[in-house]
Design a protein. Structure first.
Length: 295
């Protein structure tokens, strides 16, 4: 069905005459009449009864008008919704990030964001596997490696450094190592097989200052969040991103002179959402909260 002819039909049905519809559409009465006649021919149905007082829809015309009215109403709603998406922060926002960053840092700050923007509905997808933003598996991502897809916009959020931490209970029992070589006498929690590794050699702690062969880990865990919880519980000493210590009151930095690798966090979203208000306010919120942490 020709869209232009349907638009003309809808305007005629609303106006009740070719003349009034022509004024709305800025078309001549003869052009309106030709469009309606062509639509009737394509449908093989009469859509209007013509009489001296104007036009009356036939039974077939009523069926088409009911459908067209629903279509145009939905289009009007979509147009308004698109304007709201651009001009007002509201709607559903699906955010994906790593299990560690989402569990330790992000979730504890969502209450403030939701209070600031109550019309935004947020769902968090915590996964160490990258979701495909171009396929709308999520709206935005906070990633620990820069994206490789060319159609994604990226904003650098922060640089994270891996440092050495232990729980106060562990240090009370086993003592505080004075130098990297003292780690030979301590229990180490390390990254296991299939761990998400945004930087090479995440298990640098097993080698740092080692006086002999590579140290053996007391416990190996395949996620940073798992190591975080293990170190918190007092199992041993572990290497963790520095943001974790700022959000935990029971981690003590060990050997502050011993610095591990760094990785960068990025805020990533598709080009098509560049002008979305809900994306913009969430990005600005993250930047502001990260600046507060670093200051």
């Amino acid at each position: 069905m020709d869209w232009d002819k349907l638009r003309v039909f809808y305007s005629v049905a609303e106006a009740g005459s070719f003349t009034h519809a022509g004024q709305v559409l800025n078309l001549s009465q003869s052009a309106i009449s030709r469009q309606i006649s062509s639509l009737e021919q394509s449908l093989q149905a009469t859509l209007f009864h013509r009489h001296a007082r104007g036009l009356i829809l036939t039974e077939q015309g009523e069926v088409l008008y009911g459908t067209a009215r629903g279509v145009f109403a939905k289009l009007a709603m979509a147009e308004a919704r698109i304007g709201e998406i651009k001009d007002k922060p509201q709607g559903h926002l699906k955010v994906t990030t790593t299990v560690a960053f989402g569990s330790v840092w992000l979730t504890s700050r969502m209450q403030e964001f939701l209070s600031l923007y109550p019309e935004i509905e947020v769902s968090l997808v915590l996964s160490d596997q990258d979701l495909d933003l171009s396929m709308r598996e999520a709206d935005v991502a906070i990633r620990m490696v820069p994206p490789t897809q060319p159609d994604l916009i990226q904003r650098h959020l922060m640089t994270m450094r891996y440092q050495v931490f232990a729980a106060p209970e562990y240090l009370k029992e086993y003592g505080l190592p004075k130098g990297p070589e003292d780690l030979d006498d301590h229990k180490i929690v390390a990254y296991g097989d299939n761990a998400y590794m945004p930087v090479p050699n995440l298990n640098w702690l097993l080698e740092a200052g080692a006086t002999g062969t590579k140290r053996r880990a007391t416990l190996m865990v395949n996620s940073a969040y798992g190591i975080f919880r293990a170190v918190q519980s007092g199992i041993g000493i572990g290497a963790l991103p520095d943001y974790m210590s700022r959000d935990s009151h029971n981690l003590v930095e060990v050997l502050p002179e011993l610095r591990g690798p760094t990785t960068d966090a990025y805020f990533v979203y598709p080009e098509e959402l560049r002008h979305s208000k809900r994306i913009g306010v969430f990005r600005d919120f993250l930047v502001r909260k990260l600046l507060e942490v670093q200051s």
